[in-house]
Each structure stands twice: as structure tokens, then as C-alpha cells.
Design a protein around this ligand. Structure first.
Ligand SMILES: [Zn+2]
Length: 1054
């Protein structure tokens, strides 16, 4: 090892220059990280593939300015040198670089060239740092080429023309070219990378010519911010912009409990963009409170369309703590979808420069200034933009265009917008990932492994196993069995789940991809699977008549009391005898004559005997499920109402009707068994790993969120007790209006709205009393039963196997993730689930708009519907349209100050007048008279679409009569209603797959091999539309928690 000195010139935070001398050791052996290595390097960890035509070595400038291009997975064999990696642009950039190097899906490695004695080169006298570094990287490239004995050429990338001409001819086998040239000659098909290149290059060029006039106050230095937060002078929190008043209102939510300013328990209002001082929605900011006389109130009126300039003095609430942003601790920028302005605007904007202001799809994000020469070509397009900087001299932030999405209004563009805006990245599964998958083809059928067969409990000949799923379901996650044990005193209930972790090894590429997706994404017209199809639809799927690996839980129950005597957990072999669907199972239970496909070949008594056997199993199962449900009811399990409606499509996939769903009791039977399995697995892993098990809890709601529910119920003479889940469940049961069943449904929706989301957590990160699942009334709960489409279940399967091993052998052969790692993973999964729900909600809204888009609201009867008032606001009310399962605002006052007046027959017109709002009613007063609207009144509305090029289209609801629409049909209450979130999941599943089955015939032939392989089909295959309103309501709430004190405000949108 040789010691040298390395001299660094650093700038201190105060701007002084400091000279630092560091001892630097170089050595002969530095791992090259290449699978072609001829020199026997100790390459542990990631190595570069040999399956490339050349290796790529970017220099510092390229890493600094063009990392985004190096992030394309299509670019392979990239060697990042230590020297080049010093050129980062701050923490976020550094983190991206690190993530890239760690990610096994990217073919790139780090080479510590500065420690390699033959690579290291000291700085020449008078040489600029930039030049020196480029020389070091070039040296490293040459070393690398020689180290691999010239087996592959090496291409160095730089944007420095002088270096290109200086080094280009020095060594054969080592080329030095610009990125542009590289992309053009090596990746001519990678259009996206080329476009991104020109966009970044343009931005870099323009950055030099910035103005100097200050538009915003400077941010305070980090030390000042830190001291101010400590002393309580400043407040730190996440900036959250009110999307309905994006220009005016933002709030800063407190972080942590170190709030010294005890009089402030609410959020801090930041009023106007000047006070927001360049902070963007989601950033971690520091605010200073303004003097009390400058405090402002929150606006509580409904706003029509977002971003409109409107001041409504009379509707402002009490003044609240108000502040201004003095510094930003952490930017939280992501990729944004934005639109080019209309052509005229482009022309006037670009007269003097190449700068264009793009309008982000998300109302909360400010306009973004980009430099482009393609403004005219892209005038009607949606693009993806990335923010680069926001100087105090610039009114708007600067960014650059990453990729073109397409034209607004086109389905693909709109869907891609939704995915991107929720940071959902789903590309097709890579070749390398698919290579990990087992093969199952006609020539080469998959077979069970003999060692697996001998190590598992074989249930194939002893247990009648069957599945109950939606019609045509391909991915059977779960199967059931039930039998009477010899002697007749005991029953045995079995839940058998797809053994995904047998096929998906921890740390494999498939595992990492599944982990980063965390869930299968369901949009209104398609889904993106978490696992490749060979697993999800084939080898993991517990199909009928084939041998499959499973993870089973078997309970021995007392035949009379149904008490649990014994529980067995473990890996099994099963062969499902029947693949039933819900309707069929229900018909069998109802005693109807139906054809069971599996028995169609059998005759006479043999058939009768089999059928009797199956029926007995179904009946026993129903009996057990009823018992389990009753037990949970005693504990206070909630029956919450969700509105489920699905779209009926014609052959061209146009929506022809929206139909409410009808759940069956058998849905609930299956759901109850799954809840039971989840609960018992939660107990098992928590007992074995008290500090590092993945559970799911549902925190009890905050009492103040129930205010709206309690007050609304009171308006109809009902009293709702929210002190416990039991009391809530009982009082909701009693709040039944005999004339209008919708009242009870709406109250249940409001109850659901008041709830928080259920969340995953690590047992070590949360005190035991908080493990409780409020909605299901269980002390411990987790997800075990759907490993094909939820990553949490995959983690839980591994924990369960570890628990079994620990009990059997007393130790583990492999360390588990510790509490911190597991909690991090839990948060990641929670975030992805939230994103999945948002995307689903937005795609539903998109399809609602598509449904109404081509209908004339004035002539088409389908645009007129009955609606119920469920909340009152200053200038209107919020309604629920049961027929379509949609919620929205109805305005009683327009922008000219006119109000709705009601004539004798209930018809509406606009006249001069006033509005008077009360807690549970609102009156309009005009020269023609007064009309009062009460909560739960039925009215008639007209539904139309309000198009928006830059943002999502929205539905517009207009009051046309104060009377119910026609003779309101009494709601038929289905026999078994959807009860828990799990039931809803099952129902949703049912709808999906039955539609999938309907479309299958025509689809099968058209589907390409890739589409079958990746299950990321572009043709609509699954159609669940209009998600449960309960889930949507929960989302509204979580998105609006800034309005802590006024949870009901959250409903202004929708
Ligand atoms: Zn080597």
C-alpha cells in the first residue's frame, strides 16, 4: 500500500475557501466489479454483466448533469468512478446515485479508481479541477480496458469537447465521445433518452442568463433555521397546498410533538405565494409566525373550479395562526405531469426567449418554466417535467422536460398521467427477472420437486379442498377445506394459501420488483400485477385438479361449541377438487339445481354422493363463519356501508350503464375465514417475534371527526354513540329511517369517513395497546391470504416460516429484518397502497367523466338523477347520487351573486336574493319566496362534464328541482350486505373476474405473448368502476388532514 497526499479545496458554508490535506492510500487490489475479470478480483456484491458489447465510463460532468439519462435501464455496463461521483448536486442527487448503484436491476457498478495505484493520478500544477478529474476518469477507463484484457471496448462519456479531441486517439479500445453522440450511435431507438438529453442540455445553456431582480425573500441559512426551531421562534413542518385555492392557501402541519408554542395546536396558514416563498407542496419548510393582527381565517365556501380568483369575505372562518416561509429544510420534488399552454400563449411567451410556462396537472404545483425549442410542436401535449431550481429572482421554478406523454383527453395519456402523479412506476418485467421464473410450457411442464414432496404435509388424499372465487378467476390465492375428524367430536377447518415465497426467494430480482410495487395496481380499466403471470396465474394459483404447494393453517374445533382446540401452521401439498364461483356456491347453499362442472362426467349415485359431500362442506363452512362473525360482533366489529357500482360495457368498451353490486352471503363466509386466518397468523408471528413482526392495525378514530356524523344523525332525530366501536355499531344499527333507507347508508358512509386508514407496522415500532384493529374488532391482525397481489403477505409468509422454524429448531438459519428495517418497509408499503388507492380513485373519476362526456345533459335522461343532501356549506350543499355512487357540490349562489329560487312545482331558476346557512339546513330567499333545504332531502340534479385540458375533467352538478327525481324508487336492501373491508375486497374481486371472463373469449386471440407474459395489458380486461365510497371518503380525509379542526371541510371536493 502506498501513501500519498490528496489536497482538496473546499468552500465552507460561510463561503470561505479552505484547503484540506488528506492522507490517501492507494493499493494494487481494487475490485473491478466485472464478471469478465481476468485478474481474480474479490468482487462480492453486484457485478457487471458480460452480456454487453462495451462498457461505459461517464465523467464527473455527465454524472452531475445527466444522471437521469444514465438511469435508463436500457443503458448497461456502466462503471461509475469514485472521481466522477464526487460531482453530485447535493443530497437528493447523491441519494439517487446511491440507489442506482445499489439496485440490482440496473447494470452499473462503482469502481474505486482513486484507491487503485495505477489509476490514481496526482493533480498537475496549474491544472483546473475539472480537467484533472476528467483526466483521472480517462485513466480509469484505460486501466479498466486493460484490466479486462481488452475483451470489451470501453467508452468514456464527457461533455468536454477539449478532452474528446485530446484523448480520443490515445488508446485503441478506449473511446471518448459526447452523450449525444453516444445515444445517437449506440441507442438510436431510445428516443426518450435523446429527447431528455436535448431538454437538459437546453436548460443548462439557459441557466447562465438569469435575471437579477429579487422576487422573493432569500431563505435563511441552515444554522439560523436550526437555532430558530430549537428556540421555538420558528416552526418546522410539511407544506400542504389547498388544491381548491392553490394560489392563496397553504398550511404547514406540525412535525413531531416538540411544539414549544403551546397556544398553537392547529396548523399554520401560509397566505399567498409571496409568503410561501418558493416552497412547493410537500416540501419540509420552516415558517415564522406573523403578528396576530395579520392572521387570517380559512375560507369555508365551496369553490367552483379550482384556481379561480375569488374573495368571499363573509365566508372566512376565525383567524388562525398565519406565517411565512423563511427557509426550506428539504425539497420533496417528484416528477410532475404538465401541459403546454395554448398556442397563442406560447407564441407571446416565447417571443423574447425560449422559455415557456407549463401548467402542472396537480393544482397544488406552481407553473414551471422550461427552456425548449419544441414549444410549437408540443403545443397541445402533456409532458413530464422535473424541477431543477427556484432562485429568488425568478417568479416561477425552472425545470426541464423529461418525456412527452401524449394529447390530453386521450385515454392512454390520462391513465399515464394518473400513474405518474401518484409516483407509480410499472414497467414490464425485465428479461433478467423472467429468467428467475420456473418454466411451465407444454414441451416442458413444471413438476413438483421430490424433496419438496417429502418435506411437506400432503393433504391431497385426505382433504376435500376447494376454492370459491369470482367467475373466471385466474389467480386463486386461497382455498378452503372443512371436515369432521374421526370420532365426530371435532371439526377441522383449513385455509390454504398460495405458496408464493417458495417461488419468490428473498432478495431475488422478482422479490425486489414485487417489493417496490408493493401491490397489484387496479385501475378502472386495467391492472398492473405485482408478480409475473407464470406465478400469479399459473404455478402459484391454486387451480382445480392440479397439484400445488400451499401454506396452510388448520384449526381443530370442537364440533359443538366451535372453540379452538389446536392450530397447525405449515407448508402443504394440495389438489383443489372444485373451483367454484360465488354465484354457484350460493345457489348450492340455497338448494337450487345447478350444474357443477367438475361433476359433469359422473353419473347417478356417484355424482349424488360427491355433491352431498360438497354441500355438507359448504354448509359447515357457513355455520363456522356465522359463528366467527358473531364472535367479532360481540367485540364491536363495524358494519360499514360502501357503495359499490360497476360499469357495464358494450363490445367496444363503452360504458353503457352503471350498476350497483349485489353481495351474497357466501362472499362473507369466505371473507370471515380469511379474516380468521389472518388473525391467527398475526398471533403466531407476534408471539415469536414481539419486536419484528409485520402486523396491520386500524387506529380508533379521533372523536372530533365524528361531529359531522353525530350532528347529521341528530337532524333526523337519531343519537349516535361513538365512545366505542361496539356503541357505534349498535347506534348505527338503530339509526334506521323506515321511509328512507338511504339515511342509514349515508350515516354509515359518514362513519367510515371519520375513520383513519388501516396501516401496516412493525411490532417493535408501536406499543402493544395500539395493535388493535378497530374496524374488525381484533386485538391482532395481519395480511396472510393474498400473497399474489400484496407484498405484505409475502413478508408475513416468510415470518410465519421463520416462526415455525424457531419453534421446531430453537434458532433461525437466517437473520430476520430488524424492527427499524421492517418499519421502513411497512411505511413503504403503506405509501404505495395509498398511491394505489389514489390512482384507483382518480381513474374512477376519469371513467365517470368518460361516461357522461358524450351525453347531452339537456336531452339525455341518464344525465338527470336523484340526489341526497349530506352536508351543508355557506354557498351550497354536498350531495350523494346513489345511482352512480358519486358525490359532489351543488351551488345555490353563482358568481354574480344570484341565488337559486324554487317555484311551486319545485323547478329552479336564478334570481337576485340571499342565502342563510344553519348547521343542518340552508335557505334561499328571493322576491318569489323562501325555500329551505334540509339534510337528507332528496333533490334532482343534472350531471354534466366540465372539461379541462391541463387538469382532470370534473363533473358538474346542477340543481334542477327541489323535489326527488321521479318517484324515488325505494332502495332494495340486499340480503347480505358488505361488511368489512375484506368483504369489499372479495366483492371487488368478484366483479373484476366475472367481467374478465366475459371478455376473455374475444380477448384471448388478440392478446400478444408479451401481454400474457407481463399481464400489463393495454386492452381493458378488468372493469371495476366506482370504488366503494367509503374508501374514497377515507382518502379525502387523509388528503385533508391539514384541516385538523374541521374534518368536515374535506368534503368540499369530490
Ligand atoms: Zn478485476
Amino acid at each position: 500500500m502506498i501513501k500519498t497526499e490528496k489536497i482538496l479545496h473546499l468552500k465552507s458554508s460561510k463561503g470561505r475557501k479552505v484547503r484540506v490535506v488528506r492522507e490517501h492510500y492507494v493499493r494494487e487490489q481494487v475490485p473491478c466489479g466485472n464478471s469478465l475479470c481476468q485478474a481474480g478480483c474479490h468482487n462480492d456484491g453486484k457485478v457487471l454483466s458480460s452480456d454487453v458489447t462495451h462498457y461505459v465510463v461517464p465523467d464527473g460532468g455527465v454524472v452531475r448533469d445527466f444522471l437521469e439519462i444514465l438511469e435508463f435501464r436500457e443503458l448497461q455496463g456502466i462503471v461509475f468512478t469514485q472521481t466522477a461521483n464526487q460531482h453530485t448536486r447535493g443530497r437528493r442527487h447523491y441519494k439517487r446515485l446511491r440507489a442506482l448503484l445499489k439496485d440490482p436491476r440496473h447494470d452499473c457498478v462503482l469502481f474505486a479508481n482513486e484507491f487503485q495505484q495505477n489509476c490514481y493520478c496526482p493533480r498537475n500544477k496549474g491544472e483546473s479541477q475539472e480537467k484533472w478529474h476528467t483526466r483521472c476518469v480517462y485513466n480509469a477507463a484505460v486501466w479498466y480496458y486493460n484490466h479486462l484484457a481488452g475483451l470489451r471496448p470501453v467508452v468514456m462519456l464527457t461533455e468536454d469537447c477539449d478532452s474528446i479531441s485530446e484523448f480520443n486517439a490515445q488508446n485503441s479500445g478506449v473511446y471518448i465521445i459526447s452523450i449525444q453522440e453516444y445515444l445517437a450511435s449506440f441507442c438510436p431507438d431510445l428516443r426518450a433518452a435523446q429527447e431528455l438529453y436535448s431538454s437538459i442540455a437546453q436548460t443548462l445553456q439557459e441557466r447562465e442568463s438569469e435575471g437579477t431582480e429579487k422576487v422573493y425573500a432569500e431563505h435563511l441559512p441552515a444554522e439560523v433555521l436550526e437555532a430558530g426551531i430549537k428556540s421555538g421562534r420558528y416552526i418546522q413542518g410539511i407544506l400542504s397546498v389547498n388544491k381548491h385555492r392553490a394560489q392563496h392557501e397553504a398550511f404547514v402541519r406540525y412535525q413531531g410533538s416538540t411544539n414549544k408554542n403551546s397556544e398553537l395546536n392547529s396548523d399554520v396558514l401560509v397566505n399567498g405565494v409571496k409568503h410561501r416563498n418558493r416552497a412547493v407542496h410537500g416540501d419540509m419548510v420552516v415558517v415564522e409566525l406573523l403578528p396576530r393582527n395579520e392572521w387570517k381565517g380559512r375560507n369555508t365556501a365551496l369553490t367552483e373550479g379550482q384556481g379561480e380568483e375569488r374573495t368571499m369575505e363573509d365566508t372566512q372562518s376565525q383567524p388562525m395562526p398565519t406565517g411565512r416561509v423563511v427557509g426550506i429544510l428539504q425539497r420533496n420534488w417528484r416528477d410532475y405531469v404538465a401541459s403546454f399552454p395554448p398556442l397563442e400563449e406560447v407564441q407571446s411567451q416565447s417571443r423574447n426567449s425560449q422559455k415557456i410556462l407549463l401548467i402542472p396537472w396537480d393544482y397544488r404545483i406552481p407553473k414551471i418554466r422550461i427552456s425548449t425549442q419544441q414549444a410549437e410542436a408540443l403545443k397541445d401535449c402533456r409532458v413530464i417535467v422535473r424541477l431543477d431550481s427556484w432562485e429568488s429572482t425568478s417568479m416561477y421554478p425552472n425545470g426541464h422536460c423529461v418525456r412527452v406523454l401524449g394529447k390530453p383527453g386521450e385515454l392512454e395519456t390520462e391513465i399515464q398521467t394518473i400513474l405518474l402523479e401518484n409516483s407509480i412506476h410499472v414497467s414490464t418485467f425485465s428479461e433478467a427477472q423472467l429468467r428467475e421464473m420456473p418454466v411451465n410450457t407444454e414441451e416442458n411442464p413444471w413438476q413438483m420437486d421430490s424433496s419438496e414432496v417429502s418435506s411437506r404435509r400432503d393433504l391431497r388424499n385426505t382433504h376435500l379442498v376447494f376454492s370459491i372465487d369470482p367467475k373466471g378467476c385466474e389467480d386463486v390465492d386461497d382455498t378452503l377445506s372443512v371436515r369432521i375428524l374421526p370420532g365426530g367430536k371435532h371439526l377441522e377447518l383449513g385455509v390454504h394459501i398460495a405458496d408464493v415465497t417458495h417461488f419468490v426467494k428473498e432478495g431475488s430480482l422478482t422479490d425486489l420488483e414485487a417489493q417496490s410495487r408493493a401491490t397489484t395496481y387496479y385501475l378502472a380499466d386495467r391492472r398492473y400485477d405485482m408478480l409475473p403471470a407464470v406465478l400469479s396465474a399459473d404455478l402459484c394459483s391454486l387451480l382445480g385438479g392440479v397439484d400445488r404447494y400451499a401454506m396452510s393453517v388448520l384449526w381443530e374445533l370442537d364440533a359443538n361449541s366451535l372453540d379452538v382446540c389446536k392450530v397447525w401452521y405449515g407448508r402443504t401439498l394440495i389438489r383443489s377438487s372444485y373451483q367454484l364461483h360465488y354465484e354457484l356456491a350460493q345457489s348450492l347453499l340455497n338448494g337450487e339445481e345447478v350444474e357443477v362442472h367438475e361433476l359433469s362426467q359422473l353419473k347417478g349415485s356417484q355424482r349424488d354422493q360427491k355433491l352431498a359431500e360438497l354441500l355438507q362442506a359448504l354448509e359447515t363452512l357457513t355455520r363456522i363463519a356465522r359463528h366467527l362473525r358473531a364472535q367479532r360482533d360481540k367485540g364491536g366489529a363495524l358494519e360499514l356501508e360502501g357503495v359499490e357500482v360497476r360499469a357495464q360495457l358494450d363490445e367496444d368498451k363503452n360504458i353503457i350503464a352503471l350498476v350497483p353490486k349485489q353481495p351474497l352471503e357466501v362472499h362473507e363466509t369466505v371473507a370471515e375465514c380469511m379474516i380468521y386466518a389472518n388473525h391467527w397468523v398475526a398471533r403466531k408471528i407476534q408471539e415469536n417475534f414481539p419486536h419484528q413482526a409485520l402486523l396491520r392495525h386500524h387506529p380508533p378514530p379521533k372523536q372530533e371527526y365524528f361531529n359531522h356524523l353525530i350532528d347529521s344523525a341528530k337532524a333526523r332525530g337519531f343519537s349516535i354513540d361513538t365512545r366505542s366501536n361496539r356503541a357505534l355499531a349498535d347506534s348505527l344499527e338503530r339509526a334506521m329511517d323506515p321511509h328512507d333507507p338511504l339515511v342509514n347508508r349515508l350515516l354509515r358512509i359518514m362513519a367510515t369517513q371519520a375513520m383513519s386508514n388501516a396501516l401496516y407496522f412493525s411490532t417493535g415500532a408501536c406499543p402493544e395497546e395500539q395493535y388493535y384493529h378497530y374496524g374488525l374488532a381484533l386485538d391482532r391482525y395481519t395480511h396472510f391470504t393474498s400473497p399474489i397481489r400484496r407484498y405484505a403477505d409475502v413478508v408475513v409468509h416468510r415470518l410465519l416460516m421463520a416462526a415455525i422454524q424457531l419453534e421446531k429448531e430453537g434458532s433461525l438459519n437466517k437473520a430476520l429484518a430488524d424492527n427499524r428495517e421492517l418499519e421502513e418497509l411497512a411505511q413503504q408499503i403503506n405509501n404505495k397502497n395509498r398511491a394505489a388507492q389514489h390512482a384507483q380513485k382518480q381513474s374512477t373519476e376519469l371513467f365517470q367523466c368518460l361516461y357522461f362526456r358524450d351525453k347531452d345533459p339537456h336531452t339525455d335522461e341518464r344525465c338527470v338523477a336523484d340526489a341526497v343532501i349530506y352536508a351543508v356549506r355557506a354557498n351550497g350543499f354536498l350531495i350523494f347520487v346513489p345511482q352512480y355512487g358519486l358525490k359532489g357540490a351543488v351551488y345555490l349562489k353563482d358568481r354574480d351573486g344570484q341565488v337559486v329560487s324554487i317555484s311551486g312545482d319545485g323547478k329552479c331558476e336564478w334570481n337576485a336574493g340571499t342565502l342563510q346557512r344553519y348547521p343542518d339546513k340552508i335557505s334561499t330567499r328571493t322576491s318569489t319566496g323562501t325555500h329551505t333545504f334540509y339534510l337528507f332531502d332528496h333533490v334532482t340534479v343534472r350531471i354534466s362534464v366540465k372539461p379541462s385540458g391541463c387538469h382532470a375533467d370534473t363533473l358538474c352538478l346542477e340543481l334542477i328541482s327541489s323535489k326527488p327525481h321521479r318517484a324515488m324508487q325505494p332502495e332494495s336492501q340486499p340480503a347480505g350486505r358488505s361488511r368489512s373491508d375484506l368483504v369489499q375486497e372479495v366483492v371487488r374481486w368478484a366483479e373484476e373476474a366475472s367481467l374478465q371472463a366475459e371478455e376473455k373469449k374475444e380477448r384471448k386471440s388478440k392478446l400478444s405473448k408479451e401481454e400474457r407474459q407481463f399481464r400489463q395489458s393495454k386492452t381493458p380486461n378488468l372493469y371495476v368502476i366506482l370504488q366503494e365510497i367509503s374508501e374514497l371518503a377515507l382518502l379525502d380525509l387523509s388528503a385533508c388532514q391539514i384541516t385538523n379542526t374541521e374534518a368536515q371541510m374535506c368534503n368540499t371536493s369530490s
